[in-house]
Every structure is written in C-alpha cells, then in structure tokens.
Design a binder for this molecule. Structure first.
Ligand SMILES: Cc1cc2nc3c(=O)[nH]c(=O)nc-3n(C[C@H](O)[C@H](O)[C@H](O)COP(=O)(O)OP(=O)(O)OC[C@H]3O[C@@H](n4cnc5c(N)ncnc54)[C@H](O)[C@@H]3O)c2cc1C
Length: 409
C-alpha cells in the first residue's frame, strides 16, 4: 500500500532511505535541518581542487554498484598509507617480531567469530551476545588477540569511533568485518569519489520528490490511527509513518518509550581541519602516538589519494575550541615536518551515534527493534546500523523492504 512517509534527517541515510522508499512506490518527504543536505558527506572546493570534510571512501562492491546506479563518478584507487612518529619518521605498524603472531591471530579470528554469526550478519543490530558488549580491548585480551587489536585501532580511533578500551566489541567487529579489515590492512584499492562526496548527495537529491531544506523537525506527535503529525518551524503535516535517521532531542518525540530510547544515544566529537600546504604532499599517515590524546593529529592525508596535492586534511578527536585545536594541530604538523600555509576549512562534527556496552547488554537494540513502527515511528540509518556508507547502503535497502515492502500492510 502506498504510504506517506516522513524521513527525519537529510544526510546520506535519510536521502538513501527516501530513494529506496520512493522506488518502492511511497510518497516521501525528507526534512533536513540545515540549508544543505548531506550531513557528514561534505566536499569543499579550493581553486580546482576539493577535499572532504566528511566521508572520503568506500570499500564494497555493493556500494560501488549503488554509486554506478546513481551515476556518481567513482574509481578504485590506492590510498598510500603509512605510520609516522612525532618527528615524521616512518614507523612500522607492528614490529617484525610481531608479524608471525599477527598472522596466527588473523587465522584464529574466524573461529572466534563463528559463534556470533547471527549478530554479525544481521542487518543492523540484533541477537547481540553478552560477550560482545564488553570493550573491544577486553574481548581481544580474553581471546589473546593483542596484535590484532593494534591493527584494528587506527581504523577505530582515526575515523572517530573511539578507542579499543571504550568501544563495545560488537561495534568494532561489525564495522571491521573480515572483508573490510582485509581491504584496509592489505592496502587494497578503495573507492574514491571522483567529484567529491557532494556528487552522491546531488544525485540522490535530484531523484527525490520532496526534500525540504532548513526545515528541522521540532515535534513528532502520534495520532490515534497510528498516523502522526510532524511539526517544523514552517508548519504541521500528518503522515502514515516517520523514520528518524539522526539523534534528536528526546523532547521532540511525543511518545515516551521512543523518547527514552533516544535519550540513550551518545556521539563523539570529531574534528576535520583542511590546510593549504606550502608544498605538494602525497600522504595518508596515521600518528599512533596520539591515539590516546584529544585534540592532536590522528590522521593526515592529501586531498587526492593517488596524486600529490596542496590540500592536507587533518583529523583529531575531542570537544575543544577551534582556536586551541588549531594551535595543537599546527604544532603537530610542524614537528612532523609538514609545511602548512593556512587553514582553509574546518568542521567540528558530532559523529557515530552509539550506546554503551551496558545499555546493549540491557537489551537496548531489542527494545528499538520491538518499538519499530509503533505509533508510526521508526529508527533507522546511523541509529540502527554501523555508520559507514557501505554498511548504510545495504542496511537501508533491507530496511525499506522489511518495513515498507510489498508484503507489508
Ligand atoms: C570526518 C568523517 C569522515 C568520514 N569518512 C567516512 C568514509 O571515508 N567512509 C564512510 O563510509 N563513512 C565515513 N564517515 C561516516 C559517514 O560519513 C557517516 O556515517 C554518514 O554520512 C552518516 O550519515 P547519516 O545520514 O546517518 O547522518 P548525518 O550525516 O549525521 O546526517 C544527519 C542529518 O540530519 C540532520 N538533522 C539533525 N537534526 C535534525 C532535525 N531535527 N530535523 C531534520 N534534520 C535533522 C542533520 O543536519 C544532518 O544533515 C565519516 C564521517 C566523518 C564525520
């Protein structure tokens, strides 16, 4: 049955979900709070070059197929990655004496993951065993996977998902499934967006019937007939269903159980600083000695993975004023020997909506799954899936079919 559906949030999740829902024959309205759609997909341009303040790459063939379907220009490229010490000296990620141990741990990994296949292969979060609600570090220690944990760490810390000692094991393992981990550590070619991540947003936006910009949802009020009213500063409208793709202030949702679950979400403060450099660099460098420090350089990369360029983008974690942050990153760059001329653009994000291991153990995601569709309200996107473009694409396609497919009333 054709439904009128409101999607809350016009980031990659909201737009992609709206695309799948419209393809399934529904009438969809996307509400986006900002003047631009895209959220964490955000390319900025400097002369004839661009860099990403958000999403940079993808890994899976499924995602590549989706990009082709949209007509987004994307290519597989090598990202030349290395590890640098404070003074810019090259370092090995793991020592030569640890390589044999690492290979042995990698070989053991599938055996350790086997009992958790239901949780690891479910779309989104379901069937999570208690063992995977402890921190990733504890889980690795319990399974004697110490070197493997160090190999995972850069992809967790330097992309804003947190330290191994903090992040529940289920998040780390779902994100870095064996295929993704292998493509990262073996330096396989990764998917690069030729015209920037903005092109994905533009191609999705141009296909959608009803995208409303600068229109934050300020109220979601269930009605008696399982429909609901959406309030924005512009007015009020009724829908058959509303799908939330972004953490909202719980007071926006006038349904106590949904609002209570929403209040559990936390996010990570994550900063991206893009510099015009004095020289052309070709680098994608991790600074592991800073992995425990907020406000310091975690990852530095030149705007194009395969060509030297004058734009250098730095990542740092932590909720710090930009002035303090810039001073620290400037000093880190200088010490490592990179000559940055000036800061060109920056963005301080709130990223990775997640809950604590204790909340997961107490059945947080079971409660979310049980509430889906009650009073017309659904949770989706980064609220119920690990937030990378690859994982979201597959999950959102599945979500649209599961809850709004032809078999649904
Ligand atoms: C620096 C950085 C680099 C990244 N790099 C990669 C990468 O290389 N590869 C990868 O796969 N992933 C990457 N990610 C993760 C990926 O970009 C995000 O997970 C994904 O874009 C999240 O999309 P989303 O729509 O779920 O959330 P968001 O992008 O957060 O979008 C949510 C949207 O909702 C809007 N909104 C908020 N409140 C309201 C409201 N009340 N009403 C209406 N709208 C509202 C926001 O304005 C926003 O546009 C990166 C993330 C960051 C921050």
């Amino acid at each position: 049955m054709k439904k009128q559906i409101a999607v809350v949030g016009g980031g990659y999740s909201g737009l992609t979900l709206a695309y799948f829902l419209e393809k399934a024959g529904h009438q969809v309205t996307v509400f986006e709070a900002e003047e631009r759609a895209g959220g964490h997909c955000c390319s900025v341009f400097h002369k004839r070059e661009f860099c990403e303040l958000g999403s940079v790459l993808g890994t899976s063939e499924t995602f590549m197929k989706f990009l082709r379907q949209l007509g987004v220009k994307a290519e597989y490229k090598y990202f030349h990655r290395n590890f640098l010490g404070p003074d810019g000296q090259k370092q090995a990620q793991i020592g030569p004496d640890e390589i044999a141990g690492f290979q042995e741990q990698l070989k053991r990994l599938p055996e350790y993951l086997a009992p958790y296949q239901a949780a690891l292969s479910a779309p989104g979060w379901a069937h999570i065993p208690d063992a995977l609600t402890q921190s990733f570090e504890s889980w690795c220690n319990a399974n004697k996977l110490h070197t493997l944990m160090r190999v995972y760490a850069p992809h967790l810390v330097a992309f804003g998902f947190g330290k191994s000692s903090e992040i529940p094991a289920i998040y780390a393992l779902k994100y870095l499934d064996i295929m993704t981990l292998s493509s990262m550590i073996e330096s396989r070619k990764l998917i690069s967006f030729s015209n920037g991540a903005n092109e994905i947003i533009a191609k999705l936006s141009e296909r959608l019937d009803d995208l409303r910009l600068n229109t934050p949802v300020t109220g979601m009020i269930p009605l008696d007939n399982n429909r609901l009213t959406i309030k924005t500063p512009v007015g009020e409208e009724d829908f058959d269903a509303a799908v939330i793709t972004v953490p909202l202030d719980p007071s926006v949702i006038h349904a106590p159980d949904h609002a209570r679950l929403m209040s559990c979400y936390r996010r990570k403060a994550y900063n991206v600083l893009s510099y015009v450099a004095q020289e052309n660099y070709r680098t994608t460098s991790y600074f592991t000695h800073n992995f425990d420090k907020d406000g310091h350089l975690l990852l530095l990369y030149s705007s194009k993975p395969d060509q030297p360029g004058p734009l250098l983008t730095a990542y740092a974690a932590g909720d710090l004023p930009i002035k303090v942050l810039k001073a620290q990153i400037d000093a880190d760059l200088k010490q490592a020997g990179f000559k940055a001329e000036r800061l060109f653009a920056y963005k301080q994000w709130q990223t990775f909506p997640h809950v604590t291991g204790v909340e997961i153990k107490n059945g947080f995601y079971d409660q979310v799954n049980a509430l889906q569709g009650q009073q017309g309200i659904y949770f989706s996107g980064s609220l119920t899936c690990f937030p990378t473009l690859d994982k979201l694409t597959q999950y959102l396609s599945d979500f649209a079919t599961r809850y709004f497919g032809p078999d649904q009333p």
